[in-house]
Design a protein around this ligand. Structure first.
Ligand code: IPE
Ligand code: IPE
Ligand code: MG
Length: 256
């Protein structure tokens, strides 16, 4: 990333120009982001992939803060997929340790900004110490009423559906319910995102035109915005651009 004073100043100017273009009355309620391109960002600089992940933290911080300041209700960041365990062990370990560092360092900031943390995914499949740190942060921010910050960890869209069907099955087995009407509401209420509105806007960085098993049920009618920008370079500027583009779209939901 070019961090010279000159380019920073230019970026700030760009952000200042974009911000007034956002219609505060038509904000997306829920923004979901597939944070991609950390590895390529590092490779292009002759660095190691893990350096890209390290650089990506800054973008996370910036986007969470910007979303909270704008008054977005829900921000969901895809941080680690169920498929990401296929990566070299060293990379996985670094990702887990960066996650722990992020949580320890950022939880006080989340708290002071009234941001509530939530985890989407099979938390029980994460290393014990990661779970412990997450539980601590979840508890600490539980009462917060501002931005809901969902972090998707050990997350898969298909896994989420499997878990939902299992939960529904258990309700029947335990006799909690004797009859169940299988409808959209029942399925939605048993997803990790139960009670949350679906994403209005789905952002993916690094130019890939795919969903990579993210929120398969919830994004049925989300507006998509893909940028070539690699995740560590993602800033307020791109977030504002995505929102402005979203606000120009006509959402029809199958109607006319
Ligand atoms: C996204 O960056 C971060 C995670 C998936 C954890 P990548 O690591 O996928 O970066 P690329 O796609 O290889 O560039
Ligand atoms: C998607 O990125 C997963 C996360 C951002 C956590 P990947 O880099 O894992 O996805 P693919 O492999 O390009 O589809
Ligand atoms: Mg990737």
């Amino acid at each position: 990333m070019d961090t010279t004073g000159h380019s920073l100043k230019r970026r700030n100017q760009q952000e200042e120009k974009l911000l007034p273009q956002i219609d505060r009355e038509k904000l997306p309620q829920h923004i979901a982001i597939i944070m991609d391109g950390n590895g390529r960002w590092a490779e292009r600089r002759g660095l190691k992939r893990v350096d890209g992940h390290r650089a990506g933290i800054k973008a996370v911080r910036e986007v969470v803060e910007a979303a909270a300041n704008l008054g977005i209700k829900i921000l969901t960041l895809y941080a680690f997929s169920v498929e990401n365990w296929k990566r070299p062990l060293k990379e996985v370990k670094t990702l887990m340790s960066l996650l722990r560092k992020y949580i320890k360092k950022e939880t006080p900031t989340l708290l002071s900004n009234n941001i509530k943390l939530s985890v989407l995914g099979r938390m029980e499949g994460l290393p014990g110490e990661v779970q412990r740190d997450l539980r601590w942060a979840l508890e600490a921010t539980h009462h917060c009423t501002g931005l809901l910050f969902n972090i998707a960890l050990n997350y898969g869209g298909r896994t989420e559906l499997i878990d939902a069907f299992r939960k529904i099955w258990q309700q029947l087995e335990k006799g909690k319910e004797t009859t169940l009407t299988i409808d959209e509401e029942l399925i939605a209420n048993n997803l990790y995102t139960a009670g949350q509105p679906d994403p209005d806007l789905l952002i993916r960085t690094s130019g890939e035109m795919r969903l990579s098993n993210f929120l398969l049920w919830q994004i049925a009618y989300s507006e998509l915005w893909v940028t070539e920008t690699l995740w560590p370079d993602f800033s307020r500027k791109e977030l504002y651009e995505a929102i402005i583009s979203y606000q120009k779209r006509e959402r029809r939901f199958g109607g006319v």
